[in-house]
Write a protein of this length. Structure first.
Length: 179
């Protein structure tokens, strides 16, 4: 891999990604020459929830002048991918398979657009487990380097306090909704 990192930052929502994006924009993560935020979340349900999260992500990226790409929203295809795991608990096998599904798309996008690294904020949420995210990424990213960056949680919390982001109370899929 070249010394220059061209990074895809995978994001689930603006409240989780804001600190990471700001760190990269401010040059706090060494070696990143270029980056793009990827919003690929076909797991989010219902569609109105997906649109709220997408709109917040776009608004924050545009505020900072950051490039972004939006993956296709095909919830039915995502459901087919995780079929049989619907009753798994949060942080269980369904989540691993969901992460892998999304990392595979990022890997393909990276190859097609000359990116050489992938990072994510999927483990930032209190609903997720960073080691599970990292394991899924390491299994799915193939020859595209996965960077398990430790994001500045204090910065993320500060930006969230100062923002008017829409905030959700569940990870995203219908199986993660707290009843």
């Amino acid at each position: 891999m070249s010394d220059k990192i061209k990074l895809i930052l995978m994001s689930c929502c603006a409240p989780c990604s804001c600190g990471a994006i700001k760190q990269i924009v401010d040059g706090e993560i060494p070696g990143i020459d270029d980056f793009i935020v990827m919003f690929f979340n076909p797991n989010i349900y219902p569609l109105v929830e997906y649109q709220k999260r997408l709109n917040e992500q776009i608004k924050y990226c545009e505020k900072l002048g950051v490039k972004y790409v939006i993956g296709d929203y095909d919830h039915d295809k995502w459901r087919e991918h995780i079929a049989g795991l619907e009753n798994e608990p949060e942080r269980g096998a369904r989540c691993s398979k969901c992460f892998a599904y999304r990392f595979c798309l990022a890997r393909e996008y990276a190859k097609e657009h000359d990116f050489n690294a992938i990072a994510s904020v999927f483990g930032v949420s209190r609903h997720k487990d960073q080691s599970q995210v990292d394991a899924s990424a390491n299994q799915s990213c193939g020859d595209i380097k996965y960077l398990p960056i430790k994001w500045n949680e204090n910065l993320r919390q500060q930006i969230n306090r100062e923002s008017e982001f829409y905030r959700q109370n569940y990870c995203g899929c219908e199986f993660s909704v707290r009843k």
